[in-house]
Design a protein around this ligand. Structure first.
Ligand code: XMP
Length: 512
């Protein structure tokens, strides 16, 4: 196992992810973890992450000295390299030459870190993001790679097995980065690489049991992948100490509610409370057209309903959530400065403050595709695990303008046809998310011999890896033509179909 000490980089989790991908078990702990804990961890190797601070600032974070005394290999990445240098007797100065983005390093000396990957003289693309500059490396170290503005792009003390890289091997923009990390964990630290998702499941179940004890847990189930996987995992860990609450806000797609309820309650025998709150939500949304207003009403109504149901259950000690790593990152800004609210996201994240429950978030370290892999491991069916993401506020943010039952029915119908065609064409799994949007615009058409005056439907489909950036999906024209014809023929209320070809940024995935 490998210990990752976190100095606050936005991408620390990616280090963990790359290690997991190569079958290495690892844990991320704060840089300030005590010497005793570090010793007790029993790491085969230690990685020091990057971070936003500057080692030249007084009081900036340091690794415990024990890291360099255990005799295990250490890899410092970016800030991690700099603090290692500073702590072992080298020198770092501030802000000479900032280097951000793509850069090339040149290998100048053989090193175990690049063994089997690059020869001396080879130039390799990497991703840099740093402002400080190493002036002098500690005794015993050699420079093994340089870049234009970082003369110490990679350094090594081969006998003590200490390595430092100024670039970020964990990001995809460093194409051979995963291989470099694997050299560190497998060849240098001697990890076997036999860790699997099944092992993650077993460990997580153990951790949940330790955290929860005999306590009662409630879990907001949305029918999406994340909360479903969290619920199934919790149920395996603590059985009927778990109760799921499924709030139907009336803004779901076709048979979604029935699907979720029958799968969890009937198929998996997980205690589940199904609340039909559509009347309340639709009443509160009547006449509202502003997107942020809609999101706020839905978010707070959700809390009201959830809170009331939880009280009916006679109290709970924990609230379980399917929070993923990208959710954590989007809501925490390490870089300082207030970030602009693009959209007020609604998920159960607003609950704990009001409900005073302790949180259980077993998926907090995972990325979407890892959650899917875990879902399969837990025996959830493919159609549930492979589902496209669906936003908490549901169809409300896919109907610009006022939400009415009639408009919801039209949209559900169009969405059903669109997704049916996508599945038939075998494209569902290639797309991150696909959905129809009902526009509040009416246009004139002709059907048979008659004039029509009906709504416009926009189709959206995007590819993405994490929802943070996205590209529109390049459907063949005949596919789009087929969907348009079917929607106009089958869905009363729509007489024109358009395809949205905006990427994110500058667009967002949802329309509101
Ligand atoms: P945007 O529209 O911001 O969406 O590009 C990015 C991803 O997040 C989903 N989304 C939400 N998910 N609550 C959620 O749980 C929300 O309020 C919410 N708004 C957007 C969206 O569907 C896409 O996958």
């Amino acid at each position: 196992r490998v210990l990752i000490l976190d100095f606050g980089s936005q991408v620390t989790q990616l280090i963990a992810r790359r290690l997991r991908e190569s079958g290495v078990y690892c844990e991320i702990h704060p840089f300030s973890t005590s010497a005793d804990k570090i010793k007790a961890f029993g790491a085969k190797g230690i990685i020091l992450s990057g971070g936003p601070a500057s080692v030249t600032e007084e009081g900036s974070p340091r690794a415990a000295d024990v890291v360099f005394e255990l005799g295990v290999p250490v890899l410092g990445i970016c800030y991690g390299e700099q603090t290692m240098c500073q702590q072992l007797g080298g020198n770092v100065t501030g802000n000479h030459n900032r280097e951000f983005g793509r850069a090339f390093i040149e290998i100048v000396k053989p090193s175990a870190l690049f063994d089997g990957l690059f020869e001396v003289g080879h130039k390799e693309q990497v991703w840099m993001s740093h402002g400080d500059w190493i002036d002098a490396i500690p005794e015993g170290f050699d420079v093994v790679a340089v870049s234009e503005s970082a003369p110490y792009a990679a350094i090594a003390n081969e006998s003590r097995r200490f390595y430092g890289v100024q670039f970020h091997p964990e990001v995809v923009h460093t194409p051979r980065g995963a291989a470099i990390l694997k050299n560190f964990t497998h060849k240098i630290a001697g990890c076997r690489g036999d860790w699997t998702m099944a092992a993650f499941k077993a460990q997580t179940i153990q951790r949940i049991r330790e955290q929860v004890g005999q306590g009662r847990v409630i879990c907001g189930l949305s029918g999406g992948v994340d909360s479903s996987v969290a619920a199934k995992l919790l149920h395996e860990a603590i059985g009927d100490q778990l109760t799921c609450i499924f709030v139907d806000h009336g803004l779901l797609r076709g048979e979604e509610a029935e699907d979720v309820v029958s799968m969890f309650r009937d198929h998996f025998n997980i205690p589940l409370v199904h609340v039909d709150a559509s009347k309340l939500f639709l009443e509160r949304l009547a006449g509202v057209t502003d997107p942020e207003q809609k999101r706020k009403i839905i978010g707070s109504s959700f809390i009201d309903v959830f809170d009331e149901e939880a009280k009916k259950l006679g109290g709970a000690d924990f609230l379980a959530q399917g929070t993923l790593y990208p959710d954590v990152i989007e809501s925490v800004s390490f870089t300082g400065g207030p970030s602009v609210t693009i959209k007020s996201h609604h998920n159960v994240g607003g609950l704990p403050a009001r409900m005073k429950l302790k949180l259980v978030e077993p998926l907090r370290e995972l990325f979407k595709d890892e959650v899917r892999a875990l879902g399969f491991e837990l025996g959830l069916p493919g159609r549930m695990v492979g589902r496209h993401p669906f936003p908490g506020p549901g169809l409300a943010i896919r109907i610009p303008g006022e939400i009415t039952r009639e408009r919801l029915a039209i949209l559900r119908n169009a969405d059903r046809v669109y997704l049916d065609e996508i599945r038939k064409a075998g494209l569902y799994d290639q797309i991150w998310q696909a959905f129809a949007v009902l526009l509040p615009v009416k246009t004139v058409g002709v059907m048979g011999d008659g004039r029509t005056y009906d709504h416009v439907c926009a189709l959206r489909a995007v590819t993405s890896t994490d929802g943070m950036t996205a590209d529109y999906y390049p459907f063949p024209h005949d596919f789009l033509g087929r969907v348009a014809t079917r929607i106009i023929n089958e869905v009363q209320g729509i007489n024109r179909v358009v395809y949205d070809i905006t990427s994110k940024p500058p667009g967002t995935i949802e329309w509101e």
